[in-house]
Design a protein around this ligand. Structure first.
Ligand SMILES: O=C1O[C@H](COP(=O)(O)O)[C@@H](O)[C@H](O)[C@H]1O
Length: 243
């Protein structure tokens, strides 16, 4: 695991934007395309706006980038809560990404069907049984959820490589999330976390005793690289590593 701690949220965002560019360039050079699962919520909007602006936008062959979603809220694509809508506004529209390169969750379907359909969409994109994203972007809630792997939900015990619906009690709503086994097949996973309100969760997930029911982000242990991009406020509760 690599920790990238920066003085300000702006510095973190630039650091992750540069990492995104490097990963995209390497994947495209290696196998001709770059597949990324985007995170949702509030934190990544600024990252997406940055990627769609100079100098990053000129550094990626965007016609070779394929966009998926790590999780989605069970709302129409036009809803302000929609992760797809946020990505479209901040990243996909400004870069004029073709629809054929974007794979949203079909939230017109009932949640369980939407999850099944999304798992099929992902399996069809990759070779059979080889659903390996080049990069998975993740955030972290102050309750230690990531994607829509929420504390004390059955999806935390899911062993299938796919997508599942999740009922989120505190929000009284369904979401659709990629499962931890699928996220963990990625070549690289990068968490983006900033702000003091996330400091306790960051410490518990990275350094706390293993308790995935309470701290679901502990489930993320990818086959490939794992990076945490943090500002100093989010990293404030981390204890110095024992030497
Ligand atoms: O609900 C969600 O929360 C997490 C964290 O979001 P943030 O707004 O606190 O940054 C996010 O990673 C996930 O995709 C999203 O649906």
């Amino acid at each position: 695991m690599s920790l990238h701690v920066h003085a300000s949220p702006e510095a973190v965002l630039h650091s992750l934007a540069q990492y995104f560019v490097t990963q995209a360039q390497a994947a495209i050079a290696d196998h001709g395309r770059f597949s990324v699962a985007l995170s949702g919520g509030n934190s990544p909007r600024k990252l997406y706006e940055l990627l769609a602006a100079t100098p990053y936008r000129e550094q990626v062959a965007w016609d070779k980038v394929y966009f998926f979603f790590g999780d989605e809220r069970n709302v129409p694509a036009t809803d302000p809560e929609s992760n797809y809508r946020m990505a479209r506004e901040a990243l996909l529209n400004p870069l004029a990404i073709a629809d054929a390169q974007v794979f949203p969750v079909d939230t017109a379907l009932p949640p369980a069907e939407a999850a099944e359909a999304y798992a099929r969409t992902i399996q069809n994109f990759f070779a059979p049984d080889k659903a390996v994203f080049d990069l998975v972007l993740l955030g972290l809630g102050d309750n230690s959820h990531t994607a829509s792997l929420f504390p004390h939900t059955p999806v935390l015990h899911e062993t299938s490589v796919g997508a599942r619906e999740v009922f989120v009690e505190e929000k009284q709503t369904f979401r659709i999330t990629l499962t931890a086994p699928l996220l963990n097949q990625a070549q690289a996973v990068a968490f983006l976390v900033y702000g003091a309100d996330k400091a306790a969760a960051v410490q518990q997930v990275i350094q706390g005793a293993r308790n995935v029911e309470e701290f679901p982000a502990q489930l993320i242990a990818p086959a490939g690289e794992l990076h945490w991009f943090l500002d100093m406020a989010a990293a404030a509760a981390l204890l110095p590593a024992a030497s």
